[in-house]
Write a protein that binds this ligand. Structure first.
Ligand code: HEM
Length: 121
């Protein structure tokens, strides 16, 4: 049972990220704008991302070399994503392009963080 909380936390993190980035991706490339009705959902999933991300970070048994460096860059990009979604106005659709680019970079950095953690003993 001691794996239940880490698994739930990983699920919450990735599911929330899918909802946030998927919603913005759809708005940018298909709908043309982000629906007003997405905002309340965005606040909920940002909360989920922050809570689960913090838990994932603090519960790591060890941090490989350079982990904190890339983690810091990831969190700065994540703050850009959160701020851009929260401050989004329909007159500024290019905001969504920035979110898609930052989001793609964050997912790549996250995969790298996992890879260096798995090979670190
Ligand atoms: C839009 C923002 C974010 C995105 C798109 C994102 C995406 C991801 C993804 C896809 C993973 C899984 C990586 C894998 O297993 O291959 C992950 C893991 C992780 N995320 Fe995030 N994340 C975001 C924000 C955050 C924030 C704000 C924090 C910290 C407060 C955080 C902390 C973590 C940690 C610690 C891991 C585990 C990395 C490891 O395996 O060492 N994330 N994230």
């Amino acid at each position: 049972m001691d794996v239940a909380v880490p698994i739930f936390s990983r699920w919450l993190h990735i599911f929330s990220v899918i909802v946030l980035l998927g919603g913005v991706f759809y708005a940018r490339f298909f709908a043309g704008e982000l629906s007003d009705r997405f905002k309340p959902m965005a606040y909920i999933v940002i909360g989920g991302i922050l809570a689960s991300g913090l838990y994932n970070f603090l519960s790591k048994p060890a941090y490989p070399p350079h982990y904190q460096l890339w983690f810091g860059i990831k969190v700065l990009l994540a703050l850009h994503v959160f701020a851009a979604v929260i401050l989004y106005r329909k007159e500024k659709p290019r905001t969504l392009t920035g979110v898609v680019i930052s989001g793609a970079a964050i997912v790549a950095i996250s995969a790298y963080l996992r890879a260096i953690s798995l090979s670190f003993k």
